[in-house]
Design a binder for this molecule. Structure first.
Ligand SMILES: *Cc1c(COP(=O)(O)O)cnc(C)c1O
Length: 431
């Protein structure tokens, strides 16, 4: 009989698999997961883990959701894949129609790709070519935030502030100008005003609306972003909202941009789009932008495609995820999770080590302050990760920033288990 224990699978894995964001020399072997159900992941030895981070922010409805699984199966039996140049299909059309129905009215066209980074790449290419197609070839520069994260492909890396993540490639990345963190609104807005002195050289401003995810779950006010967008618009820059983490209810509304008065021109989605079931990316824009790519000259079209663009199964499961998103229960869950987070924050606020408590919708974050400098390489990270794993909770701290970003169906009891273990871990750090 084949041996499906954790130990056996982990060592076979280590012999042949190279994992993402993993230092194989010092990190423990990967834990083999055999199945998932709701907020739980189950390993080969039968141990259950509460997935407190929605498996890197994707599983908004929990794991192995039967309704979503059924829709993939049904679509696979009908049409699993078709080239998306020269051809189309009902799930892609319907998904575009329904998604646009939930977005501000200026979004009128949907471009499909197959992950978050590619959705960002497409957004940047749209913005640059928008000006190129109109002969405004001096408009090339892009503005992003310090601590931004927009993905791991070369274009997306360029948009992230210089960090350990992209140091080996820094000299190969295109130049981007960074604004100070929007959590310091005055400095950030002042820097934007200064750049707008020679606005005619800028093409676009890209941002993660309201929360900078991988940069440390840094939250900032919608008013700050509104000011930045209005400055950019007054100076003819295109604004690109990277809603890859924030989309589909995560921040308490459908999209983080729903908190804004000034709407972006381009928006990128992935992660929760398919309910976390399959890989897909979407970049949306206005008809006005789309129309600048229309010409008798083929050189003006958008030169971008991936083999799995608008994969029918990914579209079908995204439609199914929208079905769930449109149910009142989902919004009750989102509000309930936020209320639980807020109640715990009030309770834990006096704690000497748990600092900078913050909540936006279903996301809770804070820093563990033990005297070391904040940041991704903070040594608390590994201890915290292992502590929670041992307790049956998947958390993946960003340095000393701990956050909860769970599937919306997580129960109050499961949240309590996480809060209690956070308290236990933090108390262990005192003295
Ligand atoms: C995860 C993420 C990306 C990259 O998406 P991938 O699918 O991992 O390439 C881009 N932007 C933000 C804000 C993200 O959270």
């Amino acid at each position: 009989m084949p041996n499906h224990s954790n130990a056996n699978l982990s060592s076979r894995d280590a012999a042949v698999v190279w994992h993402p964001f993993t230092q194989h020399q010092i990190e423990p072997l990967s834990i083999p997961i055999t199945h998932g159900e709701g907020v739980y992941l189950v390993d080969a030895d039968g141990k259950k883990y509460i997935d407190a981070i929605s498996s890197w922010w994707v599983s908004i409805h929990g794991h192995a959701h039967p309704y979503l699984a059924q829709k993939i199966y049904e679509q696979a039996l009908k049409l699993e894949q078709v080239i998306f140049a020269g051809f189309t299909h009902e799930p892609a059309i319907q998904l575009a129609e329904r998604l646009l129905g939930h977005l501000p009215a200026n979004f009128q066209k949907v471009f499909y790709s197959d992950n978050g980074s590619t959705a960002v790449e497409v957004g940047v290419k749209m913005a640059l070519q928008f000006f190129h197609n109109q002969g405004q070839t001096q408009k090339r520069k892009i503005i992003a935030f310090e601590d931004a994260y927009h993905g791991d492909t070369f274009g997306a890396m360029s948009l992230g502030a210089p960090s350990a993540f992209n140091a080996p490639f820094q000299d190969m990345l295109f130049e981007v100008e960074f604004l100070p963190s929007p959590s310091d609104p005055e400095a950030c807005i002042a820097a934007m005003r200064e750049k707008m002195q020679d606005a005619e050289t800028y093409a676009a401003f890209i941002f993660e609306p309201l929360i900078q995810g991988a940069g440390g779950m840094k939250m900032y006010a919608p008013e700050t972003l509104d000011t930045l967008i209005s400055l950019a618009h007054a100076n003819k820059l295109l604004c690109i909202a990277d809603e890859i983490m924030t989309g589909f209810g995560r921040t308490g509304k459908w999209f983080a941009m729903d908190y804004l008065q000034h709407k972006p021109d381009i928006a990128c989605f992935s992660k929760g789009l398919t309910g976390g079931m399959l890989a897909m990316g979407i970049t949306t824009c206005s008809n006005e932008l789309f129309d600048t790519f229309l010409s008798d000259d083929r050189k003006k079209m958008l030169f971008h495609s991936h083999s799995f663009t608008a994969n029918p199964m990914a579209c079908a499961v995204s439609l199914a995820s929208l079905d769930l998103m449109e149910k009142p229960e989902t919004w009750e869950n989102i509000a309930r999770v936020q209320a639980c987070h807020e109640a715990w924050v009030e309770k834990i606020r006096p704690h000497q080590i748990i600092q900078n408590l913050r909540v936006q919708g279903t996301i809770l974050a804070f820093e563990l302050e033990d005297g070391q400098e904040n940041g991704y390489m903070h040594s608390i990270r590994d201890d915290a990760y292992q502590y929670f794993i041992k307790k049956g909770i998947l958390m993946r701290p960003l340095g000393n920033t701990i956050y909860i970003l769970a599937p919306y169906c997580i129960s109050n009891d499961e949240l309590e288990i996480i809060y209690t273990e956070i308290e236990n871990f933090a108390s262990g750090l005192v003295g």
